[in-house]
Design a protein around this ligand. Structure first.
Ligand SMILES: C[S@@+](CC[C@H](N)C(=O)[O-])C[C@H]1O[C@@H](n2cnc3c(N)ncnc32)[C@H](O)[C@@H]1O
Length: 598
């Protein structure tokens, strides 16, 4: 089935992406941004990159129906264009290749509205605009690209792009985990672009980086493209070794969190290993070994700390020696317990119960049964429910990925409910500790909420929503999926269906369909498996579901089928951060009795 998107959702998504890109450009400068993109980048390599390149723009692909609508969309976002649009070559060819179209069919223009950075530097948002006139047949390209954001990137312009300097910069990027990912020469602008995929650990939503060099650098480009195609064949043994020690990565980060190191450290000042050992009650030499490994992961940076020591006795003065010290990076700071959106609970979960369960992955693959149940002797929800500390850790670990919920208050269904003349009710089914419902109610003071959960989680949600000041607008139901309350206006199922097999999903969806009044909407938050098999967090979480709950991630069409078999129909879906999507469904219209008799 092909999914249809209401036009309004499409426009909102493009405008929202444009606003996000402009905000990003406004808030970042070169020196602070580079270590976020390449965690662990430090010392001479950071100096070379920050000294020779400047953060120039954030790029994104939009899909206006014509030039006028693009200009008014830019104006809506406060972005003015004072230069002529240029035809794109590189992105147009990438799109043509990806969608097997003739490049001549694709009109892609480049506009660069200026944005003033927080440091006073003039930067830009680079808008690639693929014109998609109504009924042009290009709508599927727009829908696909909006979801995948393949062309979103951050660009650094090389100030003096001599060949040697340019190649040196490419080598630094590769050394810090960036992978060559195409590029090209645009004769209309006489500029060369070299694209890189950022390492997965980059602390930023953008996945691609561009080096932009004025002029024709096709020799460097050829080496870059060659590197791109040959990268997987070059060092298989080294790559495998790196992959096989992935468990050390998880445990090093978990130990870092368990030992309270992120809280003892600072992102601005370095701390000597000895002082850190004293503060955290650890063995100094062993701590240094852990911290040096964490440098490779980008969680901390190694910084020499000057320490005054007495000079030889007869000189009667102090001199300075340097001792090893470490500073927390922004990535490492996400493991601090007190950071908003802290990911510490995830570190404790993935390095704790889920680390143990993954040792039984082969069992799960052999039998199709969750390894968790075999290792812990019971289903993961029952196991967590019996242990209040573990239950709270699980709820907090779910809430730690709540960045994916951030666009939901602006979803057209929620916005319409918030503006309804009567106060509308959002029913969050299996809403965990109330993170999502709290976000929706906080954004829309007229909305009311009902949270259905298992009894232990209801209590956590009540505390969380009371603390957020929304408790008075919320009712709670301790129960099971069979107890979905009727009479709501919007029903939410967030990260629930992926816990279950198809039969159980149909049961849950039928409970929803039965409870939903005819006007009600259902929003389902899930990661969607990519149709083209391209890398996605959904593929990793599919394995996690197999190993731990016996559920699965699914393609959009698979969800559409489950909806159809449960009395619902899929209206459309739109992307959320962290490779998640929100699917919008409604009750299927009752079958036409006249048509049935015919
Ligand atoms: C993966 S969590 C998702 C929580 C939340 N919706 C979110 O996105 O953060 C799945 C939730 O389903 C709840 N759950 C499991 N079995 C349930 C059942 N039979 N009835 C109601 N809720 C259930 C669990 O307690 C858990 O909070």
């Amino acid at each position: 089935m092909t999914t249809t998107f209401p036009d309004k959702t499409l426009l909102l998504d493009d405008t929202a992406s444009l606003r996000t890109a402009a905000r990003f450009v406004r808030e970042h400068d070169s020196a602070a941004l580079l270590p976020l993109l390449l965690p662990g980048l430090d010392g001479p390599d950071l100096q070379a990159l920050a000294g020779q390149c400047r953060f120039a723009h954030a790029g994104l692909l939009l899909f206006p129906s014509d030039t006028e609508s693009l200009r008014s969309q830019l104006a809506d976002c406060g972005l003015a264009v004072d230069t002529q649009a240029q035809p794109s070559v590189v992105v147009r060819e990438r799109l043509a290749r990806r969608h097997r179209r003739d490049p001549a069919e694709l009109d892609v223009q480049i506009l660069r509205p200026r944005v003033l950075g927080c440091d006073g530097e003039v930067r830009a948002v680079e808008v690639f605009a693929l014109t998609v006139p109504p009924h042009s047949g290009l709508e599927p390209i727009a829908a696909y690209e909006r979801t995948r954001q393949h062309e979103a990137h951050l660009a650094f312009e090389v100030e003096h792009p001599e060949t040697l300097a340019l190649r040196g910069l490419c080598a630094i990027l590769v050394r810090h985990g960036a992978r060559p990912d195409g590029g090209g020469y645009n004769p209309h602008e006489d500029g060369t672009v070299l694209y890189f995929t950022l390492p997965a650990r980059a602390a930023c939503d953008y996945r691609r980086l561009e080096l932009y060099a004025r002029g024709d650098h096709r020799d460097t480009l050829a080496a870059h493209l060659d590197h791109d195609s040959g990268r997987d064949a070059r060092q298989p043994a080294e790559t495998l070794l790196h992959l096989l020690t992935g468990a050390w990565t998880t445990q090093a980060l978990t130990a870092f969190a368990r030992l309270g190191l992120p809280e003892a450290m600072d992102t601005r000042t370095a701390c000597r290993t000895e002082d850190l050992a004293r503060l955290t009650g650890t063995d100094p030499r062993s701590l240094a070994v852990l911290l040096r490994y964490l440098v490779m992961l980008g969680a901390v940076t190694r910084v020499p700390v000057p320490v005054p020591v007495p000079a030889p006795a007869h000189e009667q003065r102090m001199e300075q020696v340097e001792q090893e010290g470490f500073r927390l990076t922004e990535l490492g700071a996400l493991l601090r317990a007190d950071t908003p959106g802290s990911m510490r609970p995830l570190a404790l979960m993935y390095g704790g119960p889920f680390y143990r369960s993954f040792s039984g992955l082969d069992h799960a693959v052999r039998t199709g049964q969750p390894a968790f149940d075999r290792i812990f002797g019971e289903n993961h929800f029952d196991h967590f429910a019996r242990d209040p500390e573990l239950a709270s850790l699980f709820d907090r670990s779910m809430a730690a990925s709540s960045r994916m919920f951030q666009p939901l208050p602006a979803h057209p269904v929620i916005a319409a409910a918030a503006q309804a003349p009567e106060s509308a009710t959002v029913v969050d089914i299996a809403g965990g500790n109330g993170e999502l419902l709290g976000l929706l109610l906080a954004a829309h003071p007229r909305l009311r909420g009902v949270l259905l959960e298992r009894p232990h989680a209801v209590e956590a949600a009540r505390r969380r929503l009371d603390a957020a000041g929304c408790g008075a607008r919320c009712d709670y139901r301790a129960g099971d999926f069979a107890d979905v309350p009727s009479g709501g206006d919007v029903y939410v199922l967030s990260r629930v269906l992926h816990d279950w097999d198809d039969d159980r999903c149909r049961e849950i969806l039928r409970h929803c369909a039965r409870a939903m009044p005819p006007h009600a909407d259902l929003l389902v938050v899930e990661r969607l498996l990519p149709v083209d098999g391209s890398p996605s967090l959904a593929t990793a979480w599919d394995l996690h579901m197999l190993c731990n709950v016996g559920g699965r991630e699914r393609h959009a069409d698979h969800y559409a089928r489950l909806f159809a078999e449960s009395g619902l129909h899929l209206i459309g879906h739109s992307p959320l951060p962290l490779d998640a999507h929100v699917l919008h469904a409604r009750r299927a219209p009752a079958p036409d009795p006249v048509a049935r008799r015919r």
